[in-house]
Design a protein around this ligand. Structure first.
Ligand SMILES: Cc1cc2nc3c(=O)[nH]c(=O)nc-3n(C[C@H](O)[C@H](O)[C@H](O)COP(=O)(O)OP(=O)(O)OC[C@H]3O[C@@H](n4cnc5c(N)ncnc54)[C@H](O)[C@@H]3O)c2cc1C
Length: 420
């Protein structure tokens, strides 16, 4: 059986795992990135890539931990963009167009103005536009618009492109990519996690980072019964307008959003559906997205439909990501559950994990307590004795065996569903 030894093994090459591998490799750590499917094969190639922390994080509530993490994410992007572009000579995927938060009735306009007053204490660059100013700045918007918040610094990113670039840059710094390779179990010496077992052998590492997206429940002690992280299907539609371009990301609250991309297409999103691991675009989903176009930017009804697709947001049971080392399994790090905001918060999460693994303080003065990895129970499933892995390969006893036949069947079913 083949053995390899690293400082850190990162499991999952979505945006979170790729950013983690990049920051660690850049800091001189020996890193391996283990991905069972493809780089950015899942949510991190499906997302709309809006960098809008004000949109998803309970606008107006300045103590919202997701808002704080999102704002740190925006700050981190400024450094990351310059760094990646100078290291690779390639575009990092950022589109620097502002975001509009429009209101289409008086109640909405009033609510937005209230949020704005609070948010301006954190983001003084935010401003209010009256209806005619909005129409002037963004002539494609529905004429029923009653006003909008203008956020000049919330752009968007080509999330799949950025993820692939992070992997490329990580490799330039010496990281290894093992692909396609599934992590099956965590190796454990009775005190610390010591690496991962894959189909093709043991990877020994002083630290293991799980960045396994919507498939993360498989590693949680209660994951057989409770969806600690579950897939939330999101369908998107790409339009190719022939006339005037959209000048802003339009985030119209519960109605939906439109995101102008670097290649001239416009992403329209998104549905939120509990459909397990199904990623099929549906007629109902498409109808919902077309209704967003009609209601928010009717001028785009004549645009060509380019494609539709769906992805699986990794949403945690309490809506917050898990970031940090698992107290019950030292050496095991969690970087999962970024839900709707993984494009904004994924890269900064990778940076945080890399800093903490190197014994440095939490960056951006963030309070990580709301993201404590074991706030909903221990990450102790699939622990496997290291000695047994060396001797016996795959015929291993998992540390947390299912207790009953029904649980064993549920676990086997989950294993089948997890396969791409
Ligand atoms: C429709 C849609 C719209 C979105 N819009 C936005 C937006 O506008 N702004 C925003 O900030 N966010 C948005 N998101 C969310 C964002 O895309 C996700 O939060 C983010 O991509 C999650 O990244 P991840 O690395 O955690 O997971 P993924 O990208 O899913 O990566 C997880 C990886 O782990 C691998 N893996 C799993 N288990 C194993 C194993 N055992 N061994 C090896 N590999 C394994 C998988 O194959 C996968 O490649 C959107 C998402 C969707 C679906």
């Amino acid at each position: 059986m083949q053995r390899r030894t690293y400082d850190v093994a990162v499991v999952g090459a979505g945006i979170v795992g790729s950013a983690t591998a990049y920051h660690l490799a850049r800091a001189g750590q020996r890193v391996v990135l283990v991905e069972r499917s493809g780089v950015a094969a899942e949510a991190s190639d499906a997302g709309a890539g809006m960098l809008t922390p004000l949109a998803e994080a309970g606008a107006g509530d300045l103590s919202d931990p997701l808002l704080r993490l999102g704002l740190a994410g925006l700050r981190h992007y400024q450094t990351l963009e310059a760094q990646l572009e100078s290291e690779t000579g390639m575009w990092a995927g950022l589109v620097h167009l502002p975001t509009l938060y429009p209101a289409f009735d008086d109640g909405q306009a009033e609510a937005l103005r209230r949020d704005l007053a609070a948010l301006q204490t954190l983001r003084p660059e935010l401003g209010w536009l009256e209806a005619d100013e909005v129409r002037q700045r963004e002539p494609l918007l529905a004429p029923s618009v009653r006003g909008a918040i203008l956020s000049p610094a919330e752009g968007n990113v080509a999330i799949g492109h950025l993820t692939r670039l992070l992997v490329r840059a990580a490799q330039l710094h010496g990281a290894e990519l093992l692909i396609p390779r599934s992590a099956l179990a965590l190796l454990w010496d009775g005190v610390r996690v010591q690496g991962v077992l894959t189909e093709e052998g043991v990877i020994e590492a002083a630290h293991v980072v799980l960045a396994t997206g919507a498939w993360s429940s498989a590693w949680h002690a209660q994951g057989e019964r409770t969806a600690i992280v579950f897939p939330l299907k999101g369908q998107l539609l790409a339009l190719r307008p022939s006339g005037q371009p959209l000048r802003h990301t339009i985030y119209a609250g519960p109605l939906g959003y439109l995101v102008p991309k670097a290649d001239g297409s416009v992403f329209v999103g998104a549905t939120s559906e509990r459909r397990g691991f199904d990623k099929t675009p549906t007629a109902a989903g498409l109808a919902q997205l077309l209704a967003v176009v009609r209601r928010v930017v009717p001028a785009l009804e004549e645009a060509a439909v380019e494609r539709t697709w769906a992805g699986l947001r990794p949403v945690s049971a309490d809506g917050l990501p898990f970031i940090g080392e698992a107290p019950s399994s030292p050496g095991l790090w969690l970087a999962v559950g970024h839900g709707r905001v993984g494009a904004i918060t994924g890269p900064v999460t990778g940076f945080i994990i890399a800093e903490l693994i190197q014994g440095r303080p939490v960056p951006y003065e963030l309070d990580l307590r709301p993201f404590a990895p074991e706030r909903l129970g221990a990450w102790r499933r699939r622990l496997t004795p290291l000695s047994a892995a060396g001797a016996g390969g795959r015929q291993l006893e998992l540390f947390s065996q299912p207790a009953t036949a029904a649980e064993a069947e549920a676990a086997a079913e989950e294993e089948r569903r997890e396969r791409p």
